[in-house]
Design a protein around this ligand. Structure first.
Ligand code: IPM
Ligand code: MG
Length: 368
């Protein structure tokens, strides 16, 4: 049987630095676990724009469609801020999500014990936290038409459209219910049904799918603004949260901080199963390209490494190895090793991006 295939798109800013640590884990999997991947690499975002004048070349798009899983670092940077909207680095990422039809974006927020003190919230609020935000990723206001900046009379008007079809809501709801069944069996759906028709439809469809197909799962509904408040008030009330593209973007950044640092949060973006049974999939850290610290060896590679662990679990059915990587991360944190983003107010000496990667490899070695 052919090796499973990966396309690495490290991207911009700290993307290549954190991805370098993931490559160590990939090599370790081959050498020590006998799981060898065929790895190709290509450009996305600003680095693709610099070379090709587009944030995602058609050849790269075709490669992404052909592999078993895409691993992405981060895109964007101040250098590209003045580019025309159509070629901004972010457009490359959005094209991948849209054309691969990665409608279900899983963003787990887990608080490692070693970091419970580090959150900006009180320890008992976050200790043991384990929730997943399921964010719809291919529709809503990110993609709805009409969109643009138009002229109306003597002034300009900026327009974006929030648009959801029943089938788009239904498929992401199903993925949330399926996930909940493997966890604490609870789903909270978030929208703004009090002000948005798309929110009313969202609520109806989620309820309907629940009643017909997942009556065993406990379902609740919440307005997204209340959801944001509840996330910082008592996040442990949640198990799985399902929400739209824009609310999911915001709520997942909020959830990230519960875990101590944005540098800790992985994500999996999944689509429909391919011919080989594996879902279309892209894995990326929730954090961005962090241009302020890029190139300095300060970035935390854990979110990117945990994203690879999600790939092992969701694309390659290697749940045991995924757990092994997650345990290694936990071990390293428990040993007190910290990158700069995890330094408390009382200081300490941060380790570098590559030292963190090496420490995780050492913990993996010790796990055998
Ligand atoms: C995310 C990011 C992206 C988004 C950007 C980089 C386009 O914030 O994945 O959360 O808004 O979806
Ligand atoms: Mg975001």
């Amino acid at each position: 049987m052919a090796n499973p295939s990966l396309l690495i798109l490290a991207g911009d800013g700290i993307g290549p630095e954190v991805m370098a640590e993931v490559k160590k884990i990939i090599a370790w999997m081959g050498a020590r676990r006998g799981v060898t991947f065929d790895v190709a690499e290509d450009l996305v975002g600003g680095s693709a724009y610099d070379k090709h004048g587009t944030p995602l070349h058609d050849d790269t798009m075709a490669k992404a469609q052909a592999v078993d899983a895409v691993l992405l670092g981060a895109v964007g940077g101040p250098k590209y801020d003045t580019l025309d909207f159509s070629v901004k680095p972010e457009r490359g990422l959005l094209r991948l999500r849209k054309e691969m039809d990665l409608f279900s974006n899983l963003r787990p927020a887990q608080c490692f014990d070693a970091l419970a003190d580090f959150s900006s919230l009180k320890k008992d609020v976050v200790a043991g936290l384990d929730i997943v935000i399921v964010r719809e990723l291919t529709s809503g206001v990110y993609f709805g038409e009409p969109r643009g900046i138009f002229t109306e009379g003597n002034e300009r008007v900026g327009i974006n459209t929030q648009r959801y079809t029943e089938s788009e809501i239904a498929r992401v709801a199903r993925s949330a219910f399926e996930l909940a069944r493997k966890r604490a069996n609870k789903v909270c759906s978030m929208e703004k049904a009090n002000v948005m028709e798309s929110g009313i439809l969202w609520r109806e469809v989620v309820q309907d799918i629940h009643d017909k197909e997942y009556p065993d799962v406990a379902l609740s509904h919440m307005y997204a603004d209340n959801g944001a408040m509840q996330l910082v008030r008592w996040p442990k009330q949640f198990d799985v949260i399902v929400t739209d593209n824009l609310f999911g973007d915001i709520l997942s950044d909020c959830a990230a901080m519960l875990t101590g640092s944005l540098g800790m949060l992985p994500s999996a973006s999944l689509g429909a199963p391919m011919a080989n049974g594996r879902p279309k999939a892209l894995y990326e850290p929730v954090h961005g390209s962090a241009p302020d610290i890029a190139g300095q060896g300060k970035a935390n590679p854990i979110a990117c490494i945990l994203s690879f662990a999600m790939a092992l679990r969701y694309s390659f059915d290697l749940g045991e190895d995924a757990a092994r990587v997650e345990k290694a991360v936990e071990q390293v944190l428990a040993n007190g090793l910290r990158t700069a983003d995890l330094m408390g107010p009382d200081g300490g000496t941060p380790i570098s991006t590559s030292q963190m990667g090496d420490a995780i490899i050492a913990a993996l070695d010790a796990s055998l």
